[in-house]
Design a protein. Sequence first.
Length: 83
Amino acid sequence: MKLIDVQVPLDAALPTCPDNTPFSLEPMERVARGERSNVSALHMSAHGGTHVCPRQFFDDRPGADALAVEMPIRRTLMVEVAC
């Protein structure tokens, strides 16, 4: 079986649906500025980029936290959909 990683990177080019929060990375602390560690805040919509959301259209479905870790590793058909 050939495995293909279909995740998209978290960067300014992250696809986001219209009217959703676009991705941005806000530096909070930086070692280069003499601070103790590199800390950032992520801003984005939960529907940006690659995600699994079984409850998106159904209130009575379990959340992504209830899915088995191996669930997304299987035979599949990839379809690109523009929002």
